[in-house]
Design a protein around this ligand. Structure first.
Ligand SMILES: Cc1ncc(COP(=O)(O)O)c(C=O)c1O
Length: 400
């Protein structure tokens, strides 16, 4: 029989999508479902973005575009990141992709040989593991439980770098799934460690960098240690900030050699980001920022609602996130209990029974490497948030 490549034996469909599919099926069967599962921003970009896309359509060149990204798009991106203090970069330091996921996949192709080690903190975004598996890299995760606010410490990083000598250290701030944001001091402490290990590339997947609350601000290793610029690769995306996940625009900025490698991969994979999408992306980056600014305020308020609801449940441990649109409560107090006749042994049972009993869809923490927790993505309409949280509280109260 004809065989697929071995790497497909290591590739698996997204665990997050599995929950979403189950919730969708229940909804189709007529159940009242509130979804806290998928990490979609649930808003649309401003009118100027659509106007730019329509205008580009009317002027379509019908040609292939730049493998790196159009000059207008790269310039818009450079201006955008200068606003968060990432200055001194030029077009040659940038490349683009079909979303940050594609950029990350290309980075794995560009930086990792089979068997090389990639280190990242856990909880982690599920795709990191999937990409590492496909390229046959050795993934080492650094456990960061709720008791340390789901954040990596400098000591932990130092020990892991010394022991594993990774080719790549992958970092995510603000975090999906925890929503946690590293302070300036925490970033400085980690950067101090990174300078000691010059043979490790550092990827900062910081696509939620505009979604930071409580005036905390966004901080990157290159702010603290400019000497890290020649090996820090910053990844960004339009998906979450601008409500444009389906438009598929991702970016990187970093060493020229890495940007060039991604551009070469683009020339063999995607060729270019489509012209109409490019025009919409430039408009999003350079036009009025009202939509992302308003959404940030809305998400901060929703974060407060979720945290208040979770902290009101006895036994649940819920560090307060300062960014993105996720809350990641430790719900292990429910393990060993039952809801009606349904036993709850772990996070997957918890999410399944919660969905069946109360119609609330959350993602089990094991999808992110932390089986004691679950992820609540709170971008649903406010009118659904309150009843959804109430249903979770009722569910806990009914456990025996
Ligand atoms: C941490 C993180 N990185 C990257 C991505 C991918 O984003 P994009 O839509 O740009 O591919 C996501 C999407 O959920 C994410 O949460």
């Amino acid at each position: 029989m004809l065989q697929l490549a071995k790497r497909m034996g290591r590739a698996k469909p997204s665990a997050i999508m599995a929950v979403a599919e189950k919730a969708k099926a229940l909804k189709a069967a007529g159940r009242d479902i509130i979804s806290f599962s998928i990490g979609v921003p649930n808003f649309l970009p401003g009118d100027h973005v659509y106007a730019a896309a329509r205008d580009a359509l009317s002027k379509d060149s019908g040609q292939y575009g730049s493998n790196r990204g159009s000059d207008a798009l790269l310039d818009a991106f450079l201006k955008h990141i200068a606003e968060i203090g990432l200055t001194g970069y030029e077009r040659k330091h940038c490349s683009t992709g079909i979303g940050a996921k594609h950029v990350l996949y290309s980075l794995a192709e560009a930086l990792l040989e089979e068997g090389d080690t990639i280190v990242y903190p856990s909880p982690y975004w599920t795709t990191y593991q999937d990409i590492a598996d496909i390229v046959n890299a050795k993934a080492v995760t650094l456990p960061c439980p709720a008791s340390q606010n789901y954040k990596l410490t400098a000591q932990q990083l130092d020990a892991a770098m010394a022991e594993h000598k990774p080719k790549v250290f992958l970092f995510n701030n603000p975090s999906n799934p925890t929503g946690m944001v590293y302070t300036k001091e925490e970033i400085e402490a980690l950067a101090e460690v990174l300078v000691k290990y010059p043979d490790t590339w550092v990827i900062t997947d910081d696509i939620y960098n505009r979604m930071v609350f409580d005036g905390l601000g966004y901080h990157n290793f290159v702010h603290s240690k400019p000497e890290l610029r020649d090996r820090v690769i910053f990844v960004d995306s339009l998906s979450k900030t601008y409500g444009m996940p389906g438009w598929r625009v991702g970016f990187m900025v970093g060493p020229e050699s890495v940007a060039k490698a991604l551009t070469t991969l683009n020339s063999n994979h995607i060729t270019n980001i489509p012209e109409i999408v490019t025009a919409a992306a430039v408009a999003a980056l350079t036009g009025p920022q009202t939509v992302p600014t308003d959404k940030n305020i809305e998400f901060q308020n929703k974060r407060d609602m979720v945290i208040a609801a979770m902290n009101a449940i006895p036994g649940v441990i819920c560090p307060k996130p300062q960014g993105a649109f996720y809350v990641f409560p430790d719900i292990s107090c429910a393990f060993g209990k039952a809801h009606g006749v349904k036993d709850i042994h772990n996070d997957v049972d918890f999410c399944n029974v919660l969905l069946e009993a109360k119609g609330v869809a959350c993602v089990p923490g094991s999808a992110f490497g932390e089986p004691k927790a679950l992820r609540i993505s709170y971008t649903c309409p406010t009118a659904q948030l309150e009843p959804g949280l109430k249903r979770i509280q009722e569910f806990f109260a009914e456990l025996s």
